[in-house]
Ligand binder design. Sequence first.
Ligand code: FE
Ligand code: FE
Length: 264
Amino acid sequence: MLKNYRLFNNTHRKIKENYKIARENQNVKFYKEIINQYENRTKIKIDIWDAIDKLSNFIDVSDPDINLPNSMHLFQSAEAARKDNQPDWMQLVCLIHDLGKIMYLFGTDETGTSIKKQWAIVGDTFILGCRIPDTIIYPEHNKLNLDHNKYNNLGIYYKGCGLDSCMVSWGHDEFMYQTLCNNQNSLPNIALYIIRYHSLYLWHDKNEYSYFENKYDKEAKKFVKSFNKYDLYSKNDETLNVKELKEYYNDLIDKYFESRILFW
Ligand code: FE
Ligand code: FE
């Protein structure tokens, strides 16, 4: 039987609560504060493999599809891309796309970046400083958002400004994107782009925000959609032989990263 994904109706109260607090707190003001905190990251060094291991302790409260630790999700999605003969950089993107969730290691409850409070780590993202489309998950919470009440569709932006000119709600996407920008690697730009916008379902799945797209965004969308297949449909409760896989993916990490140890 075909399995349905992302059905939120009957899922845990905690998921809805997480989305509600995110809607209340994610706005331009919060974004500017949190982005400040994560500037100039030169102190915390973690090996990519250790980062993957750290995700074993993290269960994403926003995800209705999986009760496995996030580390397994990364292997499953990378393996799905590999079986599909995707280029090696796409396989690597799948392996690392959620590593931004290790933000919980240095986050706080107040900023929603801890194991207990995850509203600024996980969940679908949305653009700040403008109206939130009502195709978002739990649109009834939009009225709690300051920016949504204050601005129209374009809000503080202009037509065709490009997604990279927009502030997107803070979470593991943006955190990992910035981590990759701060560390030497030879991944193609589109790889970083996929990681940056993979939770922006409103855009890549619901076709919202077209008024912000520039030429690059219009082209890049198909890659984000293609990645999304491996993020979603590879979720299952099978466990993999991690030892064997580590050898294969270690070569990919060495190919694209100057060092396996990154600044976070
Ligand atoms: Fe993710
Ligand atoms: Fe994921």
